[in-house]
Write a protein that binds this ligand. Sequence first.
Ligand SMILES: NC(=O)C1=CN([C@@H]2O[C@H](COP(=O)(O)OP(=O)(O)OC[C@H]3O[C@@H](n4cnc5c(N)ncnc54)[C@H](OP(=O)(O)O)[C@@H]3O)[C@@H](O)[C@H]2O)C=CC1
Ligand SMILES: N[C@@H](CC=O)C(=O)O
Length: 433
Amino acid sequence: MEEREIQVGLLGLGTVGTGVASIIKHHQETLSHQIGRKIVIKRALVKDKKKVRESWLSNLELTENANDIIEDPSIEAVIEVMGGIEETRLLVERALKEKKHVITANKDLMAEHGSTLLQMANEQKCDLFYEASVAGGIPIIRTISEGLSADKLTKIMGIVNGTTNYMLTKMSANNRTFDDVLLEAQELGYAEADPTADVDGIDAARKMAILSSLAFSSPVQIEDVSVKGIRQVSDVDLAFCQQLGYTMKLIGVAQKDEGQIEVRVEPTLLPNAHPLANVHNEFNAVLVHGEAVGETMFYGPGAGSLPTATAVVSDLVAVMKNMQRRVNGYSYQTPLFQSTFKTEDEIQSQYFIRLHVYDRAGTFAAVTNLFAQHDVSFEKLLQLPLENQTELAEIVLVTHSSSVAIIKKLLIALNQLSAVDKVASYYRVEGGE
Ligand SMILES: NC(=O)C1=CN([C@@H]2O[C@H](COP(=O)(O)OP(=O)(O)OC[C@H]3O[C@@H](n4cnc5c(N)ncnc54)[C@H](OP(=O)(O)O)[C@@H]3O)[C@@H](O)[C@H]2O)C=CC1
Ligand SMILES: N[C@@H](CC=O)C(=O)O
């Protein structure tokens, strides 16, 4: 090994791993200019060495045995881009015990085991950085933990999953089907190996747990996040959204109010003029609100090989700068305060509600009476015959802000009303009042 080299081990050489290798190869000059050392990938762990890979990767030494990286004393930093939780956790723990710095893009791992791993890294005087785990190429973790560290953050609201944003964009603008656009997002390398986590909102929920833990200095677990994915979003919902002047996005919201936290992820309607309504395809954006700074917004590609790899390699640069200063082991702040979580009675929200009703005299009056009984007022409204049906019609409305608990009671009562066939769908509306 040349004296001015740093040897790193790659755990994984898929979409992100290949991007990391590419950046290290093509940006070597810029990187070594910053850190004074050349970065060399000593070895990459893969599942299947025989798999056909891009020809320029043929110089990389591949292994199917993680020990070849974890137990190699010449490797000073390990980049984990293989995904998964349990097997990966053991590898990361072993790497830290071997006093190797770790960089990971794995939000599943960090949302589940982040605090334990960070504590371990701290004890071992090793860095554990995870910028790529949230919002791909947007440096949002460093922004929250360093750039805005002087402020008291009160709200984070964002699009933090590239796959579902890509899907909703294509479904809304091009009338494409869910399965068709999901396949395309997989082919483009945006989706997880198992895309269930993307479409069911779990990936976004993990990212919101990571962001809110940092922003509010409180431990937020995945179980604390209320989650709904985009599976049930229909072309009819998207068409009504457009008619009423809204855009549907999978939105993550985390807010802290008088010590109480609320974190959720769900398909949400935004007025078309809302900044997040204009974030399309695989792009992500995060609005961060602080008491002193007011509102800030961060935008960029949320998934994909090179954007994500940029975050990973920037973490490696941070590790190497810390090595030069001998200050490794203090990766971002660790949660300090315990918080309580808000109940549905304490959360106020607007809702879009679509009903299938029996098309007869008195139906509309029965529906509006029920809204009045629950003290829920509404403004926007469409009432249309239901396609291919003689006896059913569709009522679409947007409520004014009400407590979520009351809206839920109203939805149950609507389902029981004889004038109503069913509540066809309902979504939260953000930024509308
Ligand atoms: N794709 C993206 O846009 C983003 C991904 N991430 C995260 O980055 C990580 C990697 O994602 P991505 O690159 O898309 O995943 P891929 O599925 O494309 O790549 C995974 C790589 O890890 C290897 N691997 C997987 N499991 C094992 C195992 N048990 N033993 C040895 N090698 C293994 C695979 O080997 P082989 O090549 O032989 O199959 C492959 O090289 C995940 O945690 C993901 O959530 C984060 C932000 C964005
Ligand atoms: N599957 C994820 C990849 C990046 O985290 C996404 O689509 O956002």
